[in-house]
Design a protein around this ligand. Structure first.
Ligand SMILES: Cc1cc2nc3c(=O)[nH]c(=O)nc-3n(C[C@H](O)[C@H](O)[C@H](O)COP(=O)(O)OP(=O)(O)OC[C@H]3O[C@@H](n4cnc5c(N)ncnc54)[C@H](O)[C@@H]3O)c2cc1C
Length: 297
C-alpha cells in the first residue's frame, strides 16, 4: 500500500557564511539542494517524498535576510527570514499594511507562524498561499541574490505554475519590499477553508481599494485570488470594471462575476471547481462591499 508519509530521509544541513557561498553551492547542486527559511513547506515535502532534496541550505541570517525596516515616504522591507508572527506584530506593518496582517493571521496556527515566513510562502508558489495576494496587490518586489548578483523580482509576473517561479538554481530571496500603499487604501483578505485553522484555502480573496482621481470611477481596486488557478491570480477584468464606471451595487456584482469568470479551478478534496467559482463570486462581492463602504465619502 502507498505510504503518504514515508518519513524524513537523511538530509545534509548546509550553513553557508555568505550569500555568495550559498548561491554557489545551490547553483552547483541544482535539483538536489534547496534554500530554506522556516522549513514548514520543505520538511513536509521531503518527509512525504515529494521532493528528493539531498541538501537543505539554511540561508537565515545572511546579508539582508533579518529585520523589518520601514522608511517614511518609501515603504517597508521585510527580511526573508522574519517569521510571520513578527511581521504581523510590527507597529509599522499594522499601521500601513493591515491587509498583510489580516492575511498572516489566516495562515495555519500561531505555532506554525512562529516559523513560517512570508518569503517562504511566496517562493513556495502554492496557488493557495494566503499571504501572496496581499503582497501582489501591495506592489511587492523580491530582492534576489543570484549567480549574477542582486536583482529585483516584481511579484506580478513572478509565478509560472504550481511551485514554479522566476527563481533559478543559485537564487536566494533576501527580502520583500512593499512600497507605501496609496493614500486612503483599505484592504480585505477573506479565506474559505474547511475549518477555521490549519487548512489550506478552498478559495482566498484579497482586495485592496483606494481613491484615485485618474480612474473614471474615482477609485481603483486590486483583486487577487487564491486556490482557483495554477498561479495566484489577478482578476484584471474585474479591476477594470471598478475603475471604469461609477461604482454601485450593480457594478460590484458585475466585477464579482468577472472575478469568477477569470478562475480556472480544479476539483480536489477541499472543494469542487464549481463550488470554488461560486464562492469566488460571493466572497469577492463581500470584500468589495466592505471596502467600498469604507472608502466612499
Ligand atoms: C501544518 C501546516 C499548515 C499550513 N497552513 C498553511 C496555510 O494555512 N496557509 C498557507 O499559505 N500556507 C500554509 N502552510 C504552508 C507553509 O507553512 C507556508 O507556505 C509558509 O509560509 C512557508 O514558509 P517557510 O519559511 O516555512 O518556507 P520554507 O519551507 O523554508 O520554504 C518554502 C519554499 O521556498 C523556498 N525558499 C525558502 N526561502 C527561500 C529563499 N530565501 N530564497 C529562495 N527560495 C526560498 C524553499 O526552497 C521552498 O521551496 C502550512 C504548512 C504546514 C506544515
Amino acid at each position: 500500500m502507498h505510504n503518504p508519509h514515508p518519513g524524513l530521509p537523511e538530509i545534509d544541513y548546509i550553513k553557508p557564511a555568505t550569500l555568495e557561498e550559498a548561491s554557489r553551492f545551490l547553483a552547483s547542486h541544482a535539483g538536489e539542494a534547496r534554500p530554506f527559511m522556516g522549513g514548514t513547506d520543505c520538511i513536509v515535502r521531503i518527509r512525504d517524498g515529494v521532493w528528493k532534496t539531498k541538501y537543505l541550505v539554511d540561508v537565515k541570517g545572511l546579508d539582508g535576510t533579518d529585520g523589518i525596516r520601514f522608511e517614511a515616504g518609501k515603504g517597508l522591507t521585510i527580511g526573508a527570514a522574519v517569521p510571520m508572527n513578527k511581521v504581523a506584530a510590527h507597529p509599522d506593518v499594522q499601521k500601513h499594511y493591515p491587509v498583510l496582517v489580516e492575511a498572516c493571521h489566516w495562515v495555519a496556527s500561531y505555532q506554525l507562524r512562529s516559523r513560517a515566513t512570508i518569503v517562504g510562502n511566496i517562493c513556495n508558489a502554492s496557488p493557495a498561499g494566503d499571504t501572496i495576494g496581499a503582497c501582489m496587490l501591495l506592489g511587492g518586489v523580491l530582492r534576489v541574490f543570484g549567480p549574477d548578483g542582486m536583482r529585483d523580482e516584481p511579484l506580478n509576473g513572478f509565478f509560472k505554475g504550481p511551485g514554479k517561479t522566476n527563481l533559478k538554481p543559485g537564487d536566494i530571496a533576501t527580502a520583500l519590499f512593499l512600497p507605501l500603499p496609496p493614500a486612503g487604501s483599505v484592504g480585505r483578505y477573506i479565506k474559505l477553508g474547511r475549518n477555521r485553522l490549519g487548512d489550506l484555502a478552498i478559495v482566498g480573496v484579497t482586495a485592496l481599494g483606494y481613491p484615485d482621481a485618474s480612474a473614471a470611477s474615482g477609485f481603483r481596486f486590486g483583486i487577487a485570488l487564491a486556490s482557483v488557478a495554477p498561479v495566484p491570480l489577478r482578476a484584471s477584468k474585474a479591476e477594470e470594471i471598478l475603475a471604469g464606471k461609477a461604482i454601485d451595487e450593480g457594478v460590484i456584482a458585475e466585477a464579482a462575476q468577472a472575478a469568477m469568470d477569470a478562475c480556472t479551478p480544479i476539483d480536489d478534496t477541499r472543494g469542487s471547481a464549481r463550488y470554488r467559482k461560486l464562492m469566488v463570486r460571493n466572497l469577492t462581492r463581500s470584500a468589495l462591499v466592505d471596502i467600498w463602504t469604507k472608502i466612499r465619502k
